[in-house]
Ligand binder design. Structure first.
Ligand code: TPP
Ligand code: MG
Length: 578
């Protein structure tokens, strides 16, 4: 270290704080106002610090899995979230949700109150361990599903807490800290300055060269286009994408993982790209582009039309902090700076024949009110219900039809396309409600998915949230019937009285519950005021599913089970009528 740098670092103001209070302070400074989780003896001392200091509002959940989903939903709207669990038993319940946050690029700070350092140093076996003298198993497990995992000590806490929070912010990925229960109240020297989470500045030459290279290609192209994946949302670059598209009149498509990231009423928005499963004009604009700019496209089986997606070889790939243009790779650049710089550089285009393709919203021919409710009539009615500013949360299953809804401006759309852990949306709804309590939140969920995480409805009621919950009761796992087991018992589930659950989970609830069997029943439910939680249980036929959901299952089975799989036996799959 040079003498000058040494002087700077020694001049940095420090102060004394306990490890726990410093961690809470840093989480708050990262813009997080709430923590989700379940208490346990190894984290109670930290929760006491939370309660005494009032730094974060504690949202206790029924289990840690639901807390991990809630933290994920909160972070998607808020930018970052906090999850607090206890040693091993809590941490392993939450690990599915944290892994989902990794796969979907969601920054969640997971704090695990862990066995005291004393027990490690003195070799004392504790509860919630294997009682075999090993201490690192769960830290190692979390290292597989986070960008960084560490056991805090009084020596490393001041630097590691900052390093991990910065990593979560920078990489848009979860991090994991074990907080041994005997160090939260120990005083350490910590920086006095607040944590500032600012994007690193791009290298000026690199960002200039990168923007010039992109602008040059876009300007010379005959059919340039943009394909947006979820990092555009995570890195807050949707506005920049639209700014560029507006200036150059570029058609913009999104991947399903990024539905709602681009305002669907934006004149240059053309729809969802999914390879052969796209609408023809979307496929043509993307695959036929002679200069496609992709925002970190990460295709998987489910959003690429079973890998029929094929981007032009010349595609430019822009990520959060690097860009590929042809043979060149640009480092030390940030997505937003690159996009802004490209927009400044390119000429204004006024003569490109762009056509706004509104997504084809569900339509029908005004079904007879007394008719039994069908999926087609259901989604058509919901299309008429959604309004500007809504937060929509769509679960796996036939509720995936929500991807076909045409969103009004300022809506947010939350789903877990890549990780796809059913039950996610119920926990996630608690998180989105906590992050944005003044918006209207609509949950679309199936009976099977709901059964995994239903208890969290109690936490939603406990905090007087007022979402609208659309539950499809079709007696089981209809989406799975499209893969295999159209009539098999393993796709059936217990017949709950779903609409009664608000009463069970909150005495004297004012929630409005509806059991809907016909179109007229649904219309009545949809006219209820949003002054309380609305729970709409809609009964539908187990074999009624939107065609894309059935087809997805049919082709998915061929990928999953291969040519000798059981899907080829007669009547094993729910299929669209031929
Ligand atoms: C944690 C987890 N377990 C199992 C699955 C497999 N799975 C995917 S969808 C689904 C059925 C969903 O059923 P439901 O929510 O009732 O939807 P619908 O009947 O409307 O299709 C199952 C079991 C999964 N994705 N995640
Ligand atoms: Mg179902």
């Amino acid at each position: 270290m040079t003498a000058e740098r040494a002087k700077v670092s020694s001049a940095r103001d420090t102060t004394t704080m306990t490890v726990g209070d410093f961690l809470l302070r840093r989480i708050r400074e990262a813009g997080v106002g709430h923590a989700f989780g379940v208490p346990g003896d190894f984290n109670l001392e930290f929760l006491q610090q939370m309660e005494d200091s009032g730094t974060l509002d504690w949202i206790g959940t029924c289990n840690e899995l639901n807390a991990s989903y809630a933290a994920d939903g909160y972070a998607r709207l808020n930018g970052m979230a906090a999850l607090v669990v206890t040693q091993a038993v809590g941490a392993l319940s939450a690990i599915n949700g944290v892994a989902g946050s990794y796969s979907e690029h969601v920054p969640v700070i997971c704090v695990c109150g862990s066995i005291p350092l004393r027990s490690i140093e003195r070799g004392l076996s504790m509860h919630h361990t294997m009682a075999d003298g090993t201490w690192d198993r769960f830290l190692t497990a979390y290292a597989q599903v986070t960008a960084a995992a560490v056991r805090l000590t009084p020596d490393n806490a001041a630097t590691e807490i900052d390093r991990l929070i910065r990593t979560a912010w920078h990489d848009k990925l979860p991090v994991y800290m074990e907080l041994p229960s005997d160090i939260a109240y120990l005083e350490i020297e910590v920086p006095a300055d607040p944590l500032v989470l600012a994007e690193p500045r791009s290298d000026p030459e690199r960002v200039r060269s990168c923007a010039d290279a992109i602008a040059d290609r876009l300007s010379k192209a005959k059919s340039p286009a943009v394909l947006v994946d979820l990092d555009a949302a995570r890195y807050g670059a949707a506005g920049e994408v639209m700014g560029l598209a507006e200036k150059m009149q570029l058609p913009v498509a999104v991947v399903a993982t990024a539905k709602g990231v681009i305002d669907e009423t934006f004149p240059h928005y053309i729809g969802i790209y999914a390879g052969a499963a796209s609408q023809p004009h979307v496929r043509k604009s993307i695959e036929g582009s002679d200069c496609l700019l992709s925002i970190n496209y990460r295709p998987i089986d489910l959003d690429s039309g079973s890998f029929t997606a094929s981007l032009p070889a010349s595609t430019i790939c822009a990520r959060g902090h690097s860009v590929d243009v042809g043979e060149d790779n640009f480092q030390a650049v940030t997505l937003r700076e690159v996009l802004r710089s490209v927009t400044e550089t390119v000429p204004q285009v006024t003569n490109r024949a762009t056509r706004h393709f509104a997504p084809t919203a569900p339509t029908g021919n005004g079904a007879d009110g007394s008719a039994k409710l069908t999926q087609a009539a259901y989604w058509q009615a919901i299309q008429g219900y959604i309004r500007s500013g809504d937060v929509l949360i769509a679960e796996d299953g036939t509720s995936y039809a929500a991807f076909g809804l045409q969103l009004p401006p300022k809506c947010s759309f939350v789903s877990q396309v890549i990780w796809g852990s059913i039950g996610y949306t119920v926990g996630s709804l608690l998180g989105t409600l906590t992050a944005a309590p003044d918006r209207r939140h609509l949950l679309f969920v199936g009976d099977g998915s709901f059964q995994l995480t239903a208890q969290e409805l109690s936490t939603i009621l406990r905090h007087d949230h007022k979402p609208v919950i659309f539950l499809i009761n079709n007696g089981g796992y209809t989406v799975e019937r499209g893969y295999l087991g159209k009539n098999s018992r393993f796709n059936d589930i217990a017949d709950w009285s779903y609409a009664d659950l608000p009463k069970v989970f909150k005495r004297n609830t004012t929630a409005r519950s509806f059991v809907v069997k016909t179109v007229a029943d649904l219309e009545k439910a949809l006219s209820a005021p949003n002054d309380s939680l609305i729970f709409i249980e809609s009964e539908m036929d187990p074999f009624d599913a939107p065609v894309p959901v059935m087809l997805g299952g049919n082709t998915g089975a061929d990928l999953d089970y291969g040519p000798r799989g059981p899907q080829h036996r007669g009547n094993m799959q729910l299929r669209p009528p031929s």
